[in-house]
Design a protein around this ligand. Structure first.
Ligand code: PDD
Length: 287
């Protein structure tokens, strides 16, 4: 079955899907995106993802390409046409196509929108959950508006590649004061000695992950103590458990950082309990 993607009003065969060479996303990374999970035939947390997309658009003064209802319609249709039951959809909106010039194009330039959907391999995710993953720390060299989910991900690409070349699966950013910010494409959490779940506040320095937000609801439901505060690499290394969260994976346990084993080197129970409770708490809409 050929993959189908949505590009500016049309459903097209994925291998032939294309945008113009002067799309500002292509030339300036002048666009934003969302990645949203599809699980057991449900789209997960779509309201929060679309809220964040609209916030990103308005921070960059890019017009919404269509109404929210229309967006939900084309997302569902793209997911349906690709028969995705477990996987994700990716949505990107850019400032549109215009002759190359750094300043914004003329008023009325139509934003571009692309939506793709794909299935993910549950066995790969299960293996990472069972064994945990490795991470390395890298210095955070990104701009100071990482709260906007832009397609300008070059530092994240370089960091993930650095992790891969070190035999790890995620790079954890550390700011210039020695505090952990987030992963190259995840938020970072740890469980401290008295069982408190700790993650950095989402005011500054990180993307406010949707999984992170829902996980705070899960923590409340499970009666966990949660602290949103800055934390150092040393605190993280001494943790009972470390894990990372993102819409693509909910939460992966981290069992080694910079070659140092976390706790006993095995995934902990808190991340497992959270993962199990996640879908009861998250918003789900049928495809
Ligand atoms: N990344 N921080 C960064 C820098 C991210 O890129 C992501 C998500 C997150 C987690 O956010 P959420 O829980 O909303 O997925 C945090 C997506 C999955 C990606 O770029 O593929």
């Amino acid at each position: 079955m050929p993959r189908i993607s949505y590009v500016n009003g049309q459903y097209v065969t994925h291998s032939e899907a294309a945008v113009h060479i002067e799309d500002r996303g292509y030339q300036f990374a002048d666009g934003v995106y969302e990645v949203c999970e599809i699980r057991h035939g449900y789209i997960v947390d779509i309201t929060r993802h679309l809220d964040r997309l609209h916030r990103s658009l308005s921070e960059l003064r890019i017009a919404a390409p269509m109404s929210r209802a229309a967006m939900v319609h084309v997302i569902r249709e793209t997911v349906r046409r690709n028969k995705v039951k477990n996987g994700l959809f990716y949505m990107q909106v850019t400032r549109g196509v215009a002759r190359r010039d750094h300043v914004f194009p003329a008023e009325g330039t139509k934003p571009s929108i692309v939506i793709t959907a794909k299935s993910t391999d549950a066995s790969v995710i299960a293996k990472k959950n069972a064994n945990g993953i490795k991470a390395v720390t890298v210095s955070d060299n990104r701009w100071d508006r990482v709260d906007i989910k832009t397609v300008g991900l070059l530092p994240n690409v370089m960091a993930r590649q650095q992790a891969k070349e070190a035999g790890a699966q995620e790079a954890i950013y550390v700011d210039r004061d020695g505090f952990v910010t987030e992963g190259a494409a995840t938020n970072v959490w740890f469980v401290d000695a008295d069982g408190t779940l700790v993650t950095r506040p989402a005011e500054h320095g990180i993307l406010k992950g949707i999984t992170r937000t829902t996980l705070l609801d899960v923590g409340a439901k499970l009666g966990l103590k949660v602290a949103e505060r800055k934390f150092t690499v040393a605190e993280m290394l001494a943790a009972r458990e470390v894990f990372i969260t993102a819409a693509t994976s909910i939460c992966f346990p981290v069992v080694s950082i910079d070659g140092q084993t976390i706790a006993n080197g095995h995934p902990g129970s808190v991340s497992q309990n959270i993962r199990e409770a996640f879908f009861d708490v998250a918003e789900k809409i049928a495809i």
